[in-house]
Design a binder for this molecule. Structure first.
Ligand SMILES: NC(=O)c1ccc[n+]([C@@H]2O[C@H](COP(=O)([O-])OP(=O)(O)OC[C@H]3O[C@@H](n4cnc5c(N)ncnc54)[C@H](O)[C@@H]3O)[C@@H](O)[C@H]2O)c1
Length: 348
């Protein structure tokens, strides 16, 4: 069978992560890569660090057979490519994604996809009109433990939600990105958009649309002008749902993503003890949700999207663009709540 061909824009932390995943999948090959840094195009990724701690980047990447470009926009002219995978910093995402869709390519675009609600709404319109497929890199939706909990809840196994709390805590990542772009909130959106969006979006995926948000945040601890730590209460009648996230901790603090959800019939936790379901009758379950070949949400979402492109089936398992627009509106309301100190009602 003909392999699906991917063009990868940006060979930083996420680009190298995606490249490694594609190389472990059948039916797909990365045939072209763009990056501004000529050293990376020769396979030297020693400067790539990432926001959750990189692996061993001292070895040269195999670049044999890969066409290289010095800009993501130049890569768009490559007619071989089926999927354009966008892993450059956020400010360039929208223009590249629109040009790629209009140029007849399927698109995977890393989160947060865009910098503002208005940019995302424009992109959503292009996605709606396109015959090509689009995936926003909201990988937490596809993360095995999160997806399992969401599916069990939607199937009615846990009963009603009483309270849920999500945490996403990163150490200080200043200096870990190309041109230190994460620390410029105009580019990254600070920890609120770049990091905490994952949990806001997952809450949207699992529980629907909150009516309002009440957020508290701290600005400019690590980044220039951004909310670097945030705590939010999402208003859902009859339940208490919160999320907390930030990149303020000292450098060597391990990255944490965790949750505790208390339902009528069970408490579900992803925490130090792993992923567990504590049923009300006292039974404790440790569902084996991780697939050794596709252990993370990054693996799951890329493998799923590649299969959809190969089989020409519109992707619908994890997301649609309307949900992602909602999540952006919720995060914008969180920013407003931090800025004003008030509860902010969300207009969808
Ligand atoms: N899904 C996740 O869990 C997750 C985790 C980390 C980052 N991300 C997202 O992935 C994207 C990339 O982040 P990162 O951590 O890889 O950043 P990074 O700084 O490590 O890498 C960015 C790379 O893009 C290159 N670049 C910049 N502008 C370019 C252009 N116009 N054309 C070609 N190359 C260009 C840089 O040289 C660099 O190699 C961001 O949107 C970020 O929010 C997602």
């Amino acid at each position: 069978m003909k392999k699906i061909k991917v063009g990868l824009a940006g060979l930083g932390f996420m680009g190298t992560t995606h490249l490694g995943i594609y190389r472990g999948l059948k039916d797909v090959e990365v045939v072209a890569i763009a990056d501004l840094d000529p050293a990376k195009l020769k396979g030297d990724i020693s400067k790539v660090v990432g926001n959750i701690g990189g692996g061993d980047n001292s070895k040269l990447l195999e670049m044999k057979g890969i066409k290289t470009y010095s800009s993501a926009f130049d890569l768009l002219s490559n007619s071989e490519i089926d999927i354009m995978d966008i892993c450059v910093p956020t400010p360039d995402h929208q223009k590249i994604a629109v040009a790629a869709l209009q140029g007849g390519k399927h698109v995977i675009c890393e989160k947060p996809v865009c910098r503002t609600v208005a940019e995302l709404e424009e992109l959503a319109e292009v996605v709606r009109e396109s015959e090509k497929f689009f995936n926003a890199g909201m990988c937490v939706r596809a993360w095995p433990e999160y997806y399992h909990a969401q599916s069990m809840f939607k199937a009615g196994k846990f009963g009603k939600i009483i309270t849920a709390g999500f945490r996403r805590l990163s150490p200080n990542i200043s200096g870990n990105s190309w041109d230190n772009w994460f620390m410029d909130a105009k580019k990254s959106g600070g920890a609120l958009l770049d990091l905490h969006l994952h949990d806001t979006d997952f809450i949207r995926f699992m529980f629907g649309r909150p009516e309002a948000v009440t957020s508290f945040g701290i600005n400019s601890v690590r980044s220039d002008g951004g909310v670097d730590y945030v705590m939010t209460n999402y208003s859902f009648p009859g339940s208490l749902i919160t999320a907390e996230g930030g990149w303020c901790a000292s450098r060597k603090v391990p990255f944490e993503m965790s949750f505790q959800m208390i339902f009528e019939k069970a408490t579900v936790r992803l925490a130090g003890e792993g992923y567990k379901i504590y049923w009300e009758n006292g039974d404790v379950e440790s569902p084996q949700v991780a697939d050794a070949a596709l252990p993370t949400g990054w693996h799951q979402e890329l493998a799923y999207f590649v299969n959809c492109v190969r089989d020409n089936v519109k992707p619908d398992k994890y997301q649609d663009m309307a949900d992602i627009v909602d999540s952006f509106k919720i995060v914008a309301a969180e920013q407003k709540s931090v800025d004003t100190g008030k509860t902010v009602k969300i207009k969808y």
